[in-house]
Design a protein around this ligand. Structure first.
Ligand code: OGA
Ligand code: MN
Length: 289
């Protein structure tokens, strides 16, 4: 079975970000017909939601590959054995041990911004969801950038920032018992990197704010106090409700986001005795410029 582009309808989800695409069933094996329309909506709306899908790891891999080269997460124990490009985002335990990244992304972040080549697109597909809670919030960092004054844009434009995976461990994970500290071997894979504070999207040419509370440690060109103040302001600025879409998951949702111009936040308000089980692929991006 294949799809026809014209079957797809696009409905915006908020004023700032997100669109729901209907009329598509991603069964494969071949996604050539539908991919251009999905990709166009992805670039325009930064987050796209496809409901009612039922993809196994191989199908998620096949569709995700249309976006580019897939990457495997540093927490390799949570990757699917047959398809290492598939990461489990899950609170499900097997013999008392989590099978997936638990407490993933419970702070504003852009995926793998702590890597030299951060994630371009993430594709998250829900298999089991709790009876309430566990939403994911997405923010449009392009709009947040555009609304800054010209003076602030000019000030930020030449600046660079350090991104470091261990920042999330130092700040957000430190009080969470079931997130074990990174091993030395894992740490060695994620040394701090430097990225511009404002990045230009390689496909749309639009500028976006590229700092996030999860992984951004400091702005290099400022004193540490100045850096803290400016980062805190920028974090407060982009978290305004007018830039945000909050996704309430249903089983079978596939949500695809563009990490080059968004941040996201997993809301940890669900009952940990209920399962929240997702599979994810991520697509390698460019070096931010
Ligand atoms: C991710 C992530 C959010 C969630 O998969 O990158 O941050 O709601 N997950 O599970
Ligand atoms: Mn994430």
């Amino acid at each position: 079975m294949n799809f026809v582009n014209t079957d797809m309808t696009v409905k915006r989800l908020t004023g700032a970000i997100g669109a729901e695409l209907s009329g598509i069933e991603l069964t494969g094996p071949d996604y050539d017909n539908i991919f251009p329309a999905v990709h166009e909506a992805f670039l325009e709306h930064a987050v796209v939601v496809l409901r009612g899908q039922d993809l196994d790891p191989a199908q998620l891999v096949a569709f995700s590959k249309k976006f580019g080269k897939l990457e495997s997460h540093v927490l390799s124990q949570f990757n699917n054995k047959d398809h290492p490009e598939v990461l489990y985002i899950s609170n499900v335990k097997d013999k008392g041990k989590p099978i997936g990244a638990i407490n993933a992304g419970q702070y504003w972040h852009s995926d793998l911004s702590y890597m030299n080549k951060p994630t371009q697109a993430s594709l998250l597909h829900s298999k089991e969801i709790p009876s309430y809670g566990g939403d994911t919030m997405f923010v449009n960092m392009r709009k947040a950038y555009e609304d800054l004054s010209n003076a602030m844009k000019a000030f930020l434009d030449p600046l660079t920032a350090v991104h470091d995976y261990t920042n999330a461990y130092d700040t957000f994970f430190k009080d969470i018992p079931d997130r074990p500290p990174l091993t030395d071997e894992e740490k060695a894979k994620v040394p701090p990197v430097v990225h511009p504070v404002i990045r230009t999207h390689p496909e749309t040419g639009a500028k976006a704010l590229y700092v996030n509370p999860g992984f951004t440690r400091r702005i290099n060109e400022l004193s540490s106090e100045e850096s803290r103040a400016i980062l805190d302001y920028l974090f407060r600025h982009f978290q305004q409700p007018k830039y945000i879409y909050r996704h309430t998951w249903a089983e079978g949702d596939l949500v695809i986001w563009d990490n080059r111009c968004t941040c996201h936040f997993a809301v940890a308000d669900y009952d940990m005795n209920e399962n929240r089980h997702m599979i994810r692929c991520s697509v390698e991006g460019d070096v931010p410029r």
